[in-house]
Design a protein around this ligand. Structure first.
Ligand code: SF4
Length: 403
């Protein structure tokens, strides 16, 4: 009982003490001496000190190995310094930028700024393996007397890029027996080298599109039957008559891909059926020859390089990153003129401390130089927007699963 009385008295005293402290804090705050006042003091940083900011935003490429390669994700990583490191959508939207640097029919280079490496890598992987295209999947060989084996010839045919919008087609039926005008493109190849003639080269331009579907009979034709033999496809109409094709061309991207060489008397007759697929199933469906990125290079001269040393520095750098400027009185100084050219060969920091300590090679962690080289099915800018849509779908699926 005594114990209880004493603990309740203790609690009372502590409550009194707490309220006294609160009052004094409130008083301090009223007098401008509260938390806001403390955070506004000169020696309490409102942002990261320069060395931490450097490690947070740059990879330092030293002579032996790069350091500070991680990106800091933990929201409270700099909490002790009063800096909020949490991911905020508004902040991301404000900082995120895409700047197209080069765009042709087949390739594109653009800068993606303010994005995490994981997202940049997600785009790269989606481009390589998840954006669909049309590619030759089934080859029906009626005759092949060339030196190229059937399977090798089929493989070569599969790798020919087809310039057609895959969004106009459906994925093939998994059973593989409903090959119609919505999911199959048929090409025919029939070449023969006549006896007594020189050898001929069979190139991809000999593949002819059959808009009405397969012409090869899929079963033995019975003699004296008037009905049309069954073929490998069942088109209900010509693909030429479909409105989707009226404004979209269908062609091979390259007409001079060598398929085989035929000697006198040799012949190839086949039908090649293209269907929709993705690069994850087979590389022939990948819409890109390559999709890659690198972090923006940053080259900083920590000390001046003048006259002869400036020339040595310029000569060390094959990709031509440095220039020499005139600084008057007959003196010349090295400048970083084209940092984007830097390939990180590290040649400029080789040759001892004299070089290593005077040049800082860095990579900007959230700035990516992204390159897409299309195989020709779709223009590179369309490929990227398709990759964005695929990532968006994936995010929506995850949100639906969690909600
Ligand atoms: S790392 Fe190589 S490419 Fe980059 S600045 Fe130095 S020498 Fe030039």
């Amino acid at each position: 009982m005594n114990l209880l009385v004493s603990s309740s008295k203790e609690r009372e005293r502590s409550t009194t003490r707490m309220s006294e402290e609160d009052e004094s804090m409130a008083e301090q705050s009223d007098n401008g001496l509260g938390l806001d006042f403390i955070l506004s003091l000169d020696d309490v940083p409102s942002k990261l000190p320069p060395h931490l900011e450097l490690f947070r935003t740059r990879v330092l490429c030293n002579n032996d190995a790069p350091i500070h390669t991680d990106t800091i994700h933990y929201s409270g990583a700099y909490g002790a310094l009063g800096v909020d490191n949490s991911q905020q959508f508004d902040r991301f939207r404000e900082n995120f930028k895409v700047e197209v640097k080069r765009l042709t029919d087949s390739d594109m280079e653009f800068d993606m700024i303010g994005i995490d490496p994981a997202i940049a890598n997600a785009f790269r992987r989606i481009l390589i393996s998840e954006v669909p295209t049309m590619a030759i999947e089934r080859v029906y060989i009626a005759n092949n007397t060339s030196v190229v084996q059937d399977e090798v010839l089929s493989h070569r045919l599969g790798l020919i890029p087809i310039r057609v919008d895959p969004r106009l087609f459906e994925y093939p039926d998994t059973a593989g027996d409903d090959n119609n005008e919505k999911n199959t493109i048929v090409f025919r190849l029939h070449e023969r080298c006549q006896v007594g003639q020189p050898r001929i080269t069979v190139k991809s331009d000999k593949l002819k599109w059959l808009p009405n579907g397969s012409e090869l009979p899929s079963e033995d034709v019975k003699p004296n039957t008037s009905s049309k033999p069954k073929t490998f496809t069942s088109f209900t109409c010509s693909q030429n008559s479909l409105p989707e094709f009226s404004s979209n061309s269908l062609d091979l991207t390259d007409s001079d891909i060598i398929l085989a060489k035929l000697g006198p008397g040799q012949e190839i007759e086949l039908e090649a059926h293209a269907v929709k697929g993705i690069g994850r199933t087979h590389a022939k469906w990948s819409p890109v020859a390559t999709a890659w990125y690198r972090m923006l290079p940053e080259v900083v001269l920590l000390e001046d390089f003048e006259d002869e040393q400036a020339e040595q520095l310029v000569n060390k750098c094959e990709p031509n990153v440095f220039d020499i400027e005139d600084i008057g009185k007959g003196k010349r100084r090295a400048t970083v003129a084209r940092p984007r050219n830097c390939t990180l060969c590290r040649e400029c920091i080789r040759g001892g401390k004299e070089w290593e300590d005077r040049i800082s090679l860095r990579r900007v962690k959230h700035h990516f130089i992204f390159s897409i080289e299309s195989t020709g099915a779709l223009p590179p800018e369309v490929l990227f927007t398709e990759a964005v849509k695929i990532l968006e779908d994936k995010c929506e699926r995850v949100i639906t699963e969690f909600s």
